[in-house]
Ligand binder design. Structure first.
Ligand SMILES: [Zn+2]
Length: 143
């Protein structure tokens, strides 16, 4: 059976450093040169001061669970093999949120505020996507 390719985001110069960073194993975030506000998803304009001046900073890739949902219906046929999967909204240490799938754990192991780490999954030579893993599982001893 032929596999169905995932839909790709159309090329966008404002987001190119984000996608390039993922391929290099880094989660790149935009930071406004004018006011310092960090933003994600990539976009050309700062929502705080309306500056177009931007620099890119690598995230430390650490965050906490803000919320999550379990996906039971694929929005595209290419994702049907992964169902069901858990999509986590992560509050990154830099103050922005990302939505990423959870790996190596189930939703029953999640809790609001649990620490997660961003990991990178190479889909192809052109595409790497972020995901997250729990840093401290409920059964791990607290040290
Ligand atoms: Zn700004």
């Amino acid at each position: 059976m032929e596999s169905i390719e995932r839909p790709l985001a159309p090329p966008n110069p404002d987001a190119a450093p984000y996608w390039d960073g993922l391929r290099e194993g880094r989660l790149m975030l935009q930071s406004c040169v004018s006011c310092g506000t960090v933003r994600h998803y990539p976009r050309p304009l700062c929502a705080e001061c309306h500056s177009f001046e931007v620099e890119w900073l690598p995230s430390c890739c650490m965050g906490r669970v803000h919320s999550w949902t379990v996906i039971h219906h694929a929005f595209h046929p290419a994702f049907e093999d992964e169902l069901p999967y858990c999509l986590v909204t992560v509050d990154l240490a830099e103050g922005v949120r990302v939505n990423v799938p959870l790996r190596d754990a189930g939703p029953h192991e999640l809790g609001i505020g649990h620490r997660v780490h961003i990991v990178f999954e190479r889909e192809s030579a052109a595409l790497t996507l972020p995901a997250c893993v729990l840093v401290l599982r409920n059964e791990d001893p607290v040290v």
